[in-house]
Design a protein around this ligand. Structure first.
Ligand code: ZN
Ligand code: ZN
Ligand code: ZN
Length: 138
């Protein structure tokens, strides 16, 4: 739980009972869930939590690097817990089974230098979308 609370703070998000409850749910279930799953599992514990709030919290936690957003095979939004929320890294998503794996490697420096030189700009952040077939699907 600690790294997730740190990630909240680093992204200027207050540690609220609702945000904590959503993170806790993912920590305990260790599976991909959609907004309805989260809502269904939490509404007994937190009756004040509405579906729009769940959508908003899932979005906030994704921007904070705590959750990873993906689409399921039937094009539904799904979220999974990132296990390295406070370190820069990337994710590999399997196109077939939608499994998400941590990629603890980044070699973006050359690209950054190229962009900064070519555009005379300053690169501040980047995101990579890495897709393919996992070891079981390839
Ligand atoms: Zn991750
Ligand atoms: Zn796969
Ligand atoms: Zn990177």
């Amino acid at each position: 739980m600690e790294p997730y609370l740190r990630a909240l703070k680093n992204n200027r998000l207050k540690i609220t009972p609702r945000r904590k409850a959503v993170i806790n749910l993912f920590v305990n279930y260790r599976m991909r869930m959609g907004p309805y799953d989260v809502y269904g599992k939490l509404k007994k514990k937190l009756p004040i939590l509405g579906l729009p709030t769940v959508y908003r919290i899932l979005d906030e936690l994704t921007k904070a690097g705590i959750l990873i957003q993906s689409l399921s095979e039937d094009r539904q939004l799904r979220y999974a817990l990132c296990t390295l929320p406070d370190a820069h890294h990337h994710h590999f998503t399997c196109r077939k089974c939608s499994k998400i794996e941590e990629v603890e490697f980044c070699n973006f420096k050359g690209v950054t230098r190229f962009i900064e030189k070519k555009l005379n700009a300053k690169v501040e952040a980047h995101q990579l979308q890495i897709e393919g077939l996992c070891s079981e699907c390839k």
